[in-house]
Ligand binder design. Structure first.
Ligand SMILES: Cc1cc2nc3c(=O)[nH]c(=O)nc-3n(C[C@H](O)[C@H](O)[C@H](O)COP(=O)(O)OP(=O)(O)OC[C@H]3O[C@@H](n4cnc5c(N)ncnc54)[C@H](O)[C@@H]3O)c2cc1C
Length: 337
């Protein structure tokens, strides 16, 4: 890897000033689980790394008196997965954090780093391939092996969003707080990510110098407010692996009737993919096996599989159906699908 200077900023403002200066050629580093891989593979070659861990006040997990959850950008995935109240109030978020990588990765990886990690696409990660995202003129998935790539929302690049935490947080209606040279921003997490058709060099709205400082999860989709949430992930390797497909869902029920739903898919699109189509199918209905199956069909109706990833379509439909049935409280009833 290329040599770099290591900067320990005294404050968020100092970190943001260095990161915003184009001459500094600086990048933020948190746990380093993702960034060090990129440096070793020479995918990025900053001259300075700005150590966010020096800003200790970003490391917290707490609940406000009204039940709002606040995750500092430096909270580790282990802290998120293991917090008793969080597991009770927002089960999908704890389950997603628990499903990330291995215990070592969860101990070091942070909430901010997990949400801002770069795609795992093997062409993007290969120093031998100058793909579209690295200023080249082709997405190699269109010529090569597309088995792990997008079936929804792809083009001109067909990466998939890698974070497990992001779909679960979006299913619970989370917001993200950002600090930068232009001041502070408060953005729904769902609007934090952008498709490759909008921006190719990065997957988020972050501008130079901007740092994720906090994730806020309001109580509306908490267990205390009567919501249920769940995260299901299908991976090739059970020990540790990224999602081939995942679903995070959050429902509110009035008796047997679903009154509100948020369904978000991971591993199938360049961004966490909120499925308004699936939500529409279940809202106002009692969720049984056929209804949950229709939600899966609706979510995938515009899927556009590539040469090697057609398997993701039935896989994702099945995950959606299973998640909705489990959340409805009906268990897995016998029936079609
Ligand atoms: C073998 C392996 C398996 C994995 N499996 C999974 C998995 O199953 N599910 C999953 O979700 N992830 C998985 N990951 C990814 C891992 O969870 C992330 O790499 C980790 O969470 C990143 O957190 P970090 O703090 O180490 O970030 P870093 O590596 O320090 O940073 C990651 C990126 O985010 C930027 N960044 C970091 N913090 C901030 C911030 N506060 N504001 C703005 N930008 C920031 C950095 O500049 C960098 O570009 C896996 C990784 C490996 C190596």
């Amino acid at each position: 890897m290329r040599p770099f200077a290591y900067v320990e900023p005294a404050s968020l403002t100092a970190a943001s000033e260095i990161l915003a200066d184009p001459k500094a050629r600086a990048m933020p580093i948190a746990g380093g689980v993702d960034l060090l891989g990129e440096l070793k593979d020479r995918i990025v070659e900053p001259e300075r790394l700005v150590n966010l861990k020096a800003i200790r006040e970003l490391d917290y997990l707490r609940f406000d008196s009204d039940g709002t959850l606040r995750l500092g950008a430096l909270a580790t995935l282990t802290a998120v997965a293991g917090n008793e109240r969080l597991r009770r109030e927002f089960p999908a978020v704890a389950q997603a954090a628990q499903s990330v990588g291995s215990v070592e990765i969860r101990n070091v990886g942070t909430v901010g780093g997990n949400l801002c990690q770069r795609p795992r696409c093997w062409y993007y990660r290969s120093a031998l391939h100058k793909c579209l995202k690295k200023g080249g003129d082709v997405c190699f998935t269109t010529l090569g092996d597309s088995r792990y790539h997008a079936i929804l929302g792809g083009g001109p690049s067909f990466i998939v969003h890698p974070s497990d935490l992001a779909p679960a947080l979006i299913a619970c209606d989370a917001r993200v707080l950002i600090a930068g040279p232009g001041g502070k921003k408060d953005v729904p997490l769902e609007k934090f990510y952008v498709l490759p058709s909008v921006r190719l060099d990065h997957e988020t709205i972050l501008a130079p110098g901007e740092i994720v400082t906090e994730v806020v999860v309001p109580p509306a989709f908490s267990a205390a407010a009567g919501a249920r949430s769940l995260f299901l992930k299908f991976r090739e390797r059970e020990s540790f692996d990224f999602a081939l497909a995942s679903v995070a869902a959050s429902l509110k029920m009035d008796g047997a009737t679903c009154t509100a739903a948020r369904v978000v898919l991971g591993g199938v699109a360049p961004v966490p993919w909120r499925s308004g189509e699936a939500e529409k199918v279940v809202i106002g209905k009692a969720i049984d096996v056929p209804t949950a199956g229709q939600a899966g069909e609706a979510a995938l109706k515009d899927a556009s599989p590539m040469t090697n990833n057609g398997y993701k379509v039935p896989l994702t439909k099945a995950l959606i159906q299973r998640a909705l049935i489990e959340l409805s409280g009906r268990g897995r009833e016998p029936g079609p699908g």
